[in-house]
Design a protein around this ligand. Structure first.
Ligand code: CDP
Ligand code: CDP
Length: 216
């Protein structure tokens, strides 16, 4: 299966790493966090209380959501338009882990994520890619970093985001909790730069025989 799964907690660097690894390989980068964020935003737009899981499940079934790929990345249209900067706003930050815990939301998005694999080889980042979405992925990474470092990274990006609270919700939910797959390579990036993490991932891939090329 041509999928590299990259999971990890909030602000561990997994989307930056996945994006850069995909670029180096010429594979398509898929950010599944944005899918949960887009779904959360659409649900909030409908005035549904995120804590009302039945209401969330009903609304999630009504939302029109389309995924595709363009220029080496996944693209989203939600209720007919591409989502904007509201995806990383406070409202979505506060509600996304509550919405993402609803099984009907996950079923819908996981089916779309699996469907993307027919479009070509993928580097997919998220929380449950190596455990649930593609448990047979040949390459799995779990990018970690201390909570302190992750909070500092998020602050440096200019986002007020309670990463600890989202981690708590993401690791304790019943459906697809955040956990490293038993066969994932765990990288603690607390004291690593982004290029160091990327080189480490590429070295592992080469070592495991992923067609090596002088280009990467
Ligand atoms: O970028 P950051 O790590 O802060 O978050 P994200 O990847 O954008 O994901 C936002 C939220 O979506 C997470 O806190 C999870 O609650 C949820 N999520 C998930 O449940 N499963 C995924 N595969 C990806 C995200
Ligand atoms: O996707 P996730 O929320 O796990 O993290 P991200 O949005 O890719 O990265 C959060 C911030 O940490 C970005 O500004 C990265 O450049 C930075 N960073 C990193 O990702 N990895 C390091 N080893 C050092 C910094």
């Amino acid at each position: 299966m041509n999928v590299i799964a990259i999971d990890g907690p909030a602000a561990s660097g997994k989307s930056s790493v996945a994006h850069l690894v995909a670029e180096r390989l010429g594979w398509t980068f898929v950010n599944t966090g944005n899918m949960y964020r887009a779904m959360t935003w659409a649900i909030l737009q409908r005035g549904v209380d995120p804590a009302d899981s039945e209401g969330v499940a009903r609304a999630a079934a009504e939302v029109s959501i389309d995924f595709d790929t363009a220029n080496g990345q996944s693209t989203i249209r939600i209720d007919g338009r591409p989502p904007g900067p509201e995806l990383t706003g406070d409202e979505v930050n506060k509600s996304v882990s509550i919405v993402a815990a609803v099984p009907a939301v996950r079923e819908r998005l996981v089916a779309s994520q699996r469907a993307l694999a027919v479009l070509g080889p993928l580097v997919m980042e998220g929380r449950d890619i190596g455990t649930v979405v593609f448990p047979d992925a040949a390459f799995k990474f779990y990018i970690d970093a201390s909570e302190e470092v992750r909070a500092a990274r998020r602050r440096a990006q200019g986002h007020a985001d309670s990463v600890g609270e989202r981690d708590r919700l993401d690791t304790t939910r019943k459906t697809s909790p955040l956990v490293a797959a038993p066969d994932a390579i765990v990288i603690d990036s607390s004291h690593m730069t982004l290029p160091e993490v990327v080189e480490h991932v590429l070295a592992v891939l080469r070592g495991r025989g992923l067609a090596s090329s002088s280009a990467w």
